[in-house]
Write a protein that binds this ligand. Structure first.
Ligand code: ADP
Length: 228
């Protein structure tokens, strides 16, 4: 199998139509390999979230294709896209989006249970991930009882629970202090490497971006290499 886990070809995305149309992506191309961590750094409004949503199959592009592990997604039905998201993609948001009424471990078990894992297996794997994240001792706590950094580490454990091919993170350290951002980024990076996943992390933090394998930006609707 090729080591190319994510491939975008000529992706275009516009919102609205006629004179009021906003053309956000105008022929975006990108390839990300197994184990590669790409930092996406671009000004607000450049299209970072749009790009991540399209890569994560949360949104359909106006045209072009996203291939995940060699499989084109342009022609997939909604049902097939949902399955691909469930088994292949892990998503981390700026605000953790954990389920407030469930404990940390239950949040990490959830995607595994949905994917068909048994209770014991999901719990064992969940504890393992919380351990890697350094928060196993907090497994019984609900999100509201955890600090911002801890919440985000649970969210990362949850996003990687089904060993995704592709990990997408949209400003995962955006609301954390610098020291916590560092820990969270390192944890995310380790997990990505450990799983040999491909990953894109959108961040405004240049210090963190420099630790990625590669930095890209969005310029006039296209993806281009960047140096900081
Ligand atoms: P970033 O994440 O880089 O801040 P976004 O991808 O959120 O940028 O947005 C890029 C542009 O697309 C912005 O001008 C935004 O207003 C517009 N946009 C994003 N999503 C929609 C939508 N669903 N409908 C209309 N415009 C949108």
């Amino acid at each position: 199998m090729s080591d190319l886990l994510l491939s975008l070809s000529d992706v275009r995305q516009s919102y609205g139509d006629g004179d009021g149309a906003v053309h956000v992506l105008k022929g975006a191309d990108l390839s990300v390999e197994k184990g590669e961590l790409v930092a996406l750094v671009a000004p607000s409004g450049a299209g970072k979230s749009t790009l991540l949503h399209i890569c994560g199959l949360l949104e359909r592009a106006s045209s072009g294709d996203v291939a995940i592990a060699g499989q084109s997604t342009a022609g997939l039905s909604d049902r097939q896209r949902t399955l691909m998201r469930r088994y292949r993609i892990g998503y981390v948001y700026q605000f953790h989006h954990l389920l407030p009424e469930f404990s940390a471990i239950e949040n990490v078990m959830m995607p595994q249970l949905i994917a068909g894992a048994g209770d014991r297996q999901a719990k064992a794997r969940g504890m393992e991930l919380l351990e890697v994240m350094g928060i196993a001792h907090r497994h019984d706590h609900r999100p509201a009882e955890l600090s911002g950094g801890e919440q985000q580490r649970v969210a990362i454990a949850r996003a990687t629970a089904n060993a995704p091919t592709l990990v997408l993170a949209d400003e995962p350290t955006g609301n954390l202090d610098p020291a916590t951002s560092d820990t969270v980024f390192a944890a995310l990076s380790n997990l990505v490497k450990q799983h040999d996943a491909a990953s894109i992390i959108a961040t405004h933090n240049h210090d963190l971006a420099r630790r990625a394998d590669r930095i890209v930006t969005i310029q006039d609707g296209r993806i281009v290499p960047a140096t900081l």
